[in-house]
Design a protein around this ligand. Sequence first.
Ligand SMILES: Cc1cc2nc3c(=O)[nH]c(=O)nc-3n(C[C@H](O)[C@H](O)[C@H](O)COP(=O)(O)OP(=O)(O)OC[C@H]3O[C@@H](n4cnc5c(N)ncnc54)[C@H](O)[C@@H]3O)c2cc1C
Length: 407
Amino acid sequence: MTIRQINTTCCIIGGGPAGMMLGFLLARSGVEVIVLEKHKDFFRDFRGDTIHPSTLQLMHELGLLEKLLTIPHSEINRASAVVGGETVAIADLSHLPTVAKFIALMPQWDFLNFLASEAASFPSFHLMMECEATGLIEHNGITTGVTANTAEGPIEITATLTVGCDGRRAVSRSAAHLPLVDHGVPIDVLWLRLPRHASDPENGLGYANYGRLIVLINRIEYFQVAFLIAKDGFDQIQRDGLPAFQQNFTRIVPFLSDRVGEIDSWDKVKLLTVQVNRLTQWSSPGLLCIGDAAHAMSPVGGIGINIALQDAVATANMLTEALLSNSLTPHHLQQVQHYRESAVRNTQRVQVFAHKILNRVLHDPGPLKLPMTLRILTSIPGFKHLTARFIGMGLQPQHIRTRPKSL
Ligand SMILES: Cc1cc2nc3c(=O)[nH]c(=O)nc-3n(C[C@H](O)[C@H](O)[C@H](O)COP(=O)(O)OP(=O)(O)OC[C@H]3O[C@@H](n4cnc5c(N)ncnc54)[C@H](O)[C@@H]3O)c2cc1C
């Protein structure tokens, strides 16, 4: 069988937030890029949906914010939790130093399609859908490209730089044997939909009581529901039966009681496994991993997409010139990790700490009382603004430093 061969400057594995943003930015500056995405479209329901103020700021810097916000979305500028029936404000984004002081809740496939269609106007951008990377091509310890399968058969793509943006089960990092530290996570998430009525609360709400934790993400016509469970607890929940599962909603979020009957089959409930891990080395000669491929993030705080996009912007800022002038060295790649790693590690530390609290709630059959520490914390002036900064902007917000090719 003949194997098709293609050559490019940068081959990006994975068309998630990190891969699409990096592909967009590099191509915008004139770097030849191929993005490989194994699925035939971006339409998957189990991706996060949050576009944070710092990402909206990036879109503003790219001159694309207004256009992006014409896509149907909802906006939240406050996040609160209902703990044991008592509502506490967790974050207030209305004071952030960004043009958009809200989180846009937009299905991620819409955001990725938007990036893909904007990137398509750059002649050096190439997106290959239904193209699954199967391994790396190596010569003398240097990654020189990617092997992949397409509907038309196998291909080999040689590249000056390969970037692994292929998420938590990355082929890139396993093929390169990059060392991984796993933090262990005590929770998983059940993912389902329930209809939303116009009179329902709009802003982000988490509900905790009686050993249950439910997060409602407003997708305008319906709620995307995250139902947190103890790790490996789904089998027991299924054995307890659908009526018992439905009752959780009636008990914890009473206004949903008129629609829990919609959950009439376990097929409507997807188990999403939560992981938190990180590579201790993000690169090897010719290869760099970013986003979840370098550091899988938990859904806690809804910040993983933001971090992946910030990795992509930092990578473009740091590597574009070297790629354009063909002067890329392993040192450039190490610098990306050096620059981003502490922000990522500290964010993961906060997520791991949050898991401990959430796990305690899941093992307390309740009724839950608002813990004194949370009561004190939320009453401190400035707390809601601090959490808003962490959630909305992250620990190391990025700015677009690269220029479009024509300038
Ligand atoms: C249950 C759950 C809910 C979450 N909710 C949120 C949320 O609301 N907000 C938030 O900010 N974060 C959320 N996160 C975290 C967030 O999903 C990730 O941190 C983020 O998606 C990472 O982006 P990425 O581009 O690095 O990787 P991914 O989004 O995982 O994208 C990787 C891409 O690579 C493709 N791919 C994989 N392997 C190959 C291959 N071999 N060849 C070609 N393509 C390949 C995949 O199809 C995918 O498109 C959630 C996580 C979980 C587990």
